[in-house]
Design a protein around this ligand. Structure first.
Ligand code: XMP
Length: 186
């Protein structure tokens, strides 16, 4: 898998040390508040697991499935949501956790959906990565681990055609790999 990377942006040690800082901010902001972390699947799974083990608060965890990609590197522009149990959000501060803020379509849709639920106290957004680019949909990311340039990245939960999620680092995917059949890339 490493051979398919053009370059590594953040290795595991760098990611985990940044998560320590992010966790401190979350603890500072949510201590004493009823917090539900809403993980946007599947991209946020690895990030969520490492981040939440650094947050010693009595939080609840909920998940939502969002999909806007169909195997490539471009969003379809349509975000399908599923799996959210809205009853669990009543009377809660909701922190939405996602892997990457790119066009903003996904997080805009998720944040609007959550904000529309009765009894939600407030909604904030936390992302592992935010691309430096003009968003198609406005989203305020309250917590950002790393800002990156507008390149297609994989690893640490992020995939290309469902691969590379288990890479422990985050790297730019080589242009040769994009478009190549995943069956060929042993
Ligand atoms: P949007 O464009 O809606 O993107 O902000 C949100 C979702 O799109 C996926 N995404 C990426 N996945 N490398 C990836 O592996 C990328 O560079 C990338 N950019 C967007 C991701 O699932 C994210 O949650």
């Amino acid at each position: 898998m490493y051979d398919d990377l053009e370059r590594v942006l953040f290795d595991e040690a760098r990611i985990l040390s940044r998560l320590d800082e992010l966790a401190n901010e979350i603890v500072r902001d949510y201590t004493g508040k009823p917090l539900t972390v809403l993980a946007v699947l599947h991209g946020s799974l690895v990030f969520m697991a490492d981040l939440l083990r650094r947050v010693p608060l009595p939080l609840e965890l909920a998940c939502i499935v969002a999909s806007s990609y169909q195997g490539g590197t471009k969003t379809t522009g349509h975000v399908a949501l599923g799996g959210l149990d809205v009853n669990r959000l009543q009377g809660r501060h909701v922190l939405v956790l996602d892997d990457i803020l790119d066009t903003g379509l996904t997080l805009n849709r998720v944040a609007r959906e959550v904000s529309a639920q009765p009894g939600v106290l407030d909604v904030r957004v936390c992302v592992l990565l935010a691309k430096r680019k003009r968003r198609e949909c406005a989203v305020k990311a309250d917590y950002v681990a790393f800002e990156i340039e507008d390149e297609f990245v994989v690893g640490y939960g992020l995939d290309y055609a469902e691969r590379y999620r288990n890479l422990p680092c985050i790297g730019v995917l080589s242009k040769n790999v994009i478009g190549r059949s995943t069956k060929d890339s042993g």
